[in-house]
Design a protein around this ligand. Structure first.
Ligand code: MG
Length: 381
């Protein structure tokens, strides 16, 4: 049987995950064809990617107009690219809530969806997993932790009794609350093991990122929140684990490099040799440490899980509030420890709607953004 070239769209092509996705595709000639590209702010990079990959469909988020290139393509919206019949697999690497509509369009069109956008499942997990089921779409997680769990569950017919999400703990793992209050944006942007965008790097430092991943895991693997555990593992070698009823534990290990989970989401069920991917040298691993998370110094973890349990529009409000709080911190306007405070106060005031549709989800996110700005401004005056 000849290998069929998979037709891929990369949404969020100019961001960290998008760029690494194109690196993987470039390293595996003959396997994938880039049919669609959508990029954000970096117009020059998007134009470069268009010249190189010659996609048939393009979208440019920033200007909503075609970037200047000599290549010929059709200018479509992200949703139209995501649902296009000539595309087999959609990589949703768009950041923030901009990923929701294309993810929904892709699952409704029954695509294979390599999902790197956190907000899709956090904000709209119920809606998106229902639509995926109804339309025969497959959601393939790109995040390293969820990819690890997915890989551990391959070939198993029993549901795990427990999922254990590992977290690096970020750069401030053993800081007290008093020390955390003095953390600067420059310090928070220094992640010890992963190369990622600014928002997710700050979310990793507050552990909000892990809280969002718990919510995603709930939807991806249909697990009860009580059976999803978080474990700090500073080496970022064990990417996550599953435990079964008989007590057996399976883990997936690898060097912390996003290209591996990206490639698995693209090539599944095959595994392809990629000379650019780092190999794990067992003799090199001096130790693998694990410790429980500190819920008191990193309240974002608990805040996120609580919002996930309450469902409805709470997780959408959580995402909107966190995004603005992180922006305010990066702009030097609030302390690091004000991020969880503002998010929690916002959620306390949220009037949630249960089983929301997409518009209600987006509205909750907008409301939370406004609310955080008001609360932050009020604290200063
Ligand atoms: Mg992750």
């Amino acid at each position: 049987m000849g290998y069929i070239v998979k037709r891929v769209a990369v949404l969020g092509a100019t961001g960290s995950i998008g760029r690494q996705t194109l690196e993987v595709i470039d390293a595996l000639p003959g396997h994938f064809s880039v049919i669609g590209l959508a990029g954000g702010r970096n117009t020059a990079l998007l134009a470069e990617q268009i010249e190189k990959f010659q996609p048939r469909f393009v979208f440019h988020q920033e200007t909503k107009t075609p970037p200047p290139t000599t290549a010929e393509y059709e200018f479509l919206s992200m949703e139209d690219i995501a649902r296009h019949p000539e595309i087999d697999l959609v990589v949703v690497a768009t950041s923030g809530k901009w990923g929701l509509r294309p993810t929904l369009a892709a699952v409704q069109a029954g695509k294979q969806v390599a999902l790197a956008n956190k907000e899709s499942l956090v904000m709209a997990g119920e809606l998106i997993t229902q639509e995926a089921k109804r339309n025969g779409a497959q959601i393939r997680p790109v995040d390293s932790e969820h990819s690890a769990i997915w890989q551990c569950l391959e070939g198993e017919s029993s549901k795990p009794s427990k999922i254990i999400l590992t977290a690096s703990g970020g750069p401030f793992r053993h800081y007290s609350l008093a020390e955390l209050a003095k953390v600067t944006p420059e310090q928070a942007l220094q992640h010890p093991s992963w190369r990622m965008g600014n928002k997710v790097t700050i979310d990793s430092a507050t552990l909000m990122n892990k809280g969002l991943e718990v919510i995603e895991a709930r939807w991806l693997f249909d697990m009860h929140f009580d059976n999803i555990k978080v474990l700090i593992h500073p080496q970022s070698i064990v990417h996550s684990m599953v435990e079964f009823a008989d007590g057996s534990v399976k883990a997936q290990l690898g060097k912390p490099d996003m290209r591996l989970p990206i490639q698995y989401a693209l090539s599944y069920p095959e595994r392809l040799a990629n000379p650019h991917l780092p190999q794990l040298d067992w003799a090199d691993i001096k130790e693998l440490n694990f410790e429980p998370p500190d819920f008191d110094s990193f309240p974002c973890l608990k805040i996120a899980i609580e919002a996930g349990k309450k469902r409805g529009t709470y997780p959408a409000a959580l995402c909107g509030a966190d995004e603005i709080a992180v922006q305010q911190f990066l702009a030097g306007k609030i302390k690091f420890t004000a991020i969880p405070e503002l998010v929690e106060r916002t959620l306390d005031e949220h009037k949630a709607i249960s089983h929301p549709d997409l518009e209600e989800i987006m509205a909750a996110d907008d409301w939370a953004r406004e609310k955080v700005m008001q609360l932050a401004a009020g604290d200063k005056s």
